[in-house]
Design a protein. Structure first.
Length: 342
């Protein structure tokens, strides 16, 4: 392929990546080191109480935003360095939490960033093995099932993955909230009222359940496709040598599927670390928040119409750094396998 042909072949993709990925990322990186504030001016306002012949007058100093010719408040952007990250991470309060007078982790989890980080990491690392394990189990069951029922089973298994994430999360919420069907079933089974959305840990369990229910079908499809490529001769040799089902799975099937396991882990880590839909659909922000939701909250205008764009940018950069750190072990293993096979 000529260089000019190759260039025009990849140019549309490179241009889209530059416009929609590189430039926004550079803008967020720049914004995380700068603060934009509204310019205020001080005014002396004199007020007098009615009185004759000597009214009592007082002078008060008020701050008022400076407006431009169009009536829009004037803002100024200043380089803040690491102050934005310091405002977000609050190292002074972290040190106080682990000092002699502090309560350690309990005080730490009262800070928004660390509360969001705790939930994000828990959500990511709890759902990852469950998604891989459940997806692999379904794939093995379907692969060993009678051929005539494989089609319907695959179709039913894919339904949770086809549903739009926010719609699926709302469906689970409606099953458990108030007098939902599953809430009533639990109340009859346990013999006392059940309030699934009154406690943070129950909401967290529902969000974990939903993510596994929603993503496991994706893992199932990938593993099912991988099972079709397992070497039959190797499996037959293992059977002849007296290997049990578990031994064939452990020493033949799983090593063969390891590249797919790493692939699913990569996709799931990137997706779960940006958890957002569950927080909104389950109305969990009063009990549980994620790093992605914290960015959204910082960008939401307050009563005065102000937004913490700089802190939202810093939080986004820290989220990106967290994803990279989680992916490094898997990427290193993938690179080693590539060099070994190459």
């Amino acid at each position: 392929m000529r260089r000019s042909t190759f260039f025009w072949f990849v140019f549309p993709s490179l241009a889209m990546m530059l416009v929609f990925i590189a430039l926004p990322l550079a803008s967020v990186f720049w914004g995380s080191f700068h603060q934009t504030r509204t310019v205020y001016e001080q005014l002396e306002i004199e007020s007098c109480t009615p009185g004759f012949p000597d009214p009592v007058c007082t002078t008060a100093i008020r701050n008022r935003p400076v407006l431009n010719d169009n009536g829009v408040p004037v803002t100024v952007t200043e380089f803040a360095g690491l102050d934005v990250y310091r405002q977000l991470l609050q190292p002074e309060r972290v040190a106080a939490a682990f000092s002699g007078a502090g309560r350690g982790v309990s005080d730490l989890l009262t800070l928004d960033f660390y509360k969001a980080l705790r939930f994000t990491l828990t959500f990511t690392f709890v759902t990852l093995p469950l998604v891989i394990g459940l997806g692999l189990a379904i794939a093995i069951v379907v692969n060993n099932a009678v051929r005539s029922i494989r089609g319907p089973v695959i179709f039913i298994s894919l339904l949770p993955f086809i549903i739009t994430p926010i719609i699926g999360a709302l469906s689970i919420r409606w099953l458990f909230i108030g007098d939902g069907i599953l809430t009533q079933a639990l109340e009859r089974l346990l013999g006392h009222p059940v309030y699934m959305f009154a406690e943070g840990w129950t909401i967290e369990l529902l969000m974990l359940f939903y993510r596994v229910w929603h993503v496991a079908p994706f893992a199932f499809v990938v593993f099912y496709a991988g099972l079709q490529t397992v070497n039959r001769d190797t499996l037959e040799s293992a059977v002849i040598d007296g290997a049990s089902r578990w031994e064939r799975l452990r020493y033949v099937v799983i090593p063969h599927l390891m590249p797919l396991i790493i692939f699913i882990a990569l996709i799931h880590l990137m997706d779960s670390y940006r958890v957002f839909e569950e927080i909104i659909a389950f109305s969990a922000q009063a009990h549980r928040i994620s790093l992605q939701w914290l960015t959204y909250d910082l960008l939401t205008p307050d009563d005065a119409g102000n937004r913490s764009v700089s802190r939202a940018s810093a939080n986004s950069m820290l989220t990106l750094i967290g994803i990279v750190i989680l992916l490094i072990p898997l990427l290193r293993r993938t690179w080693r396998d590539h060099r070994r096979t190459g």
